[in-house]
Design a protein around this ligand. Structure first.
Ligand code: 3PG
Length: 208
């Protein structure tokens, strides 16, 4: 599980967080992301189409790593695995969810926002976490402070990250990648614009 997450989250500096409202033109959306050099995405389970989108995209775009986001319980975890996602992301965690991921051996990036949650999940053997909601849970100063007590832990901060602050987040030693919805938003329906956002996001580096 760790190796899979380490390799996957290292593929791109930015993991677009996608909320898919319609399956219409879904191929165009993913073509644009892939042409923009995106290698990993998180498809949130926030719409009725989400599982179907994961099924379609995982079959059609085999080179892309498809994470399922907003996984809230064991049933969600099972469903996203069956739909073809290769890892799951959650905004927080429950002990049931963490145990289920280990039981079914499914790579899982649990959400945390404080030290106690990290300690609890370290006991389960997790080492990679989504730091959520990154900006409002303490921002860059907070994640810097976590490096001391948790030197071996890596985070994918998400929530309030955008093109203006992504590079600063990426420059933190305990940040493996960042997540964000700015690459594909509801107001963008131009695939060229999505591709442009993807090109810029995927060329961000961790050097300020
Ligand atoms: C998430 O689910 O990770 C967040 O909704 C993404 O946060 P953002 O919209 O602030 O990028």
């Amino acid at each position: 599980m760790h190796n899979y997450l380490k390799t996957t989250l290292s593929l791109s500096p930015v993991m677009p967080v996608l909320t898919i409202n319609t399956l219409d033109k879904i191929e165009y959306l993913f073509d644009a992301l892939i042409e923009g050099n995106i290698k990993v995405v998180e498809i949130t389970l926030r719409t009725k189409n989400a599982l179907r989108a994961i099924e379609i995209v995982s079959k059609k775009f085999a080179s892309l790593k498809i994470g399922a986001g907003t996984v809230l319980n064991g049933q969600d975890l099972q469903s996203v695995k069956e739909a073809g996602a290769t890892f799951a992301v959650s905004p927080g965690y429950t002990e049931k969810l963490a145990s289920k991921a280990l039981e079914i051996k499914f790579p899982f990036l649990p959400g945390v926002s404080n030290s106690s949650e990290i300690m609890n999940l370290l006991d389960y053997g997790f080492k990679f976490f989504k730091f959520f909601p990154a900006q409002s849970a303490g921002g860059i100063e907070y994640i810097k402070s976590l490096k001391g007590p948790f030197p071996d832990v890596m985070f994918c901060p998400t929530g309030g990250i955008n093109l203006n602050n992504a590079s600063e987040w990426l420059s933190q030693k305990n940040v493996i990648c960042v997540g964000g919805s700015w690459i594909v938003t509801n107001v963008i329906n131009d695939f060229n614009e999505i591709k442009k956002n993807a090109v810029i996001a995927s060329s961000l580096s961790n050097k300020l």
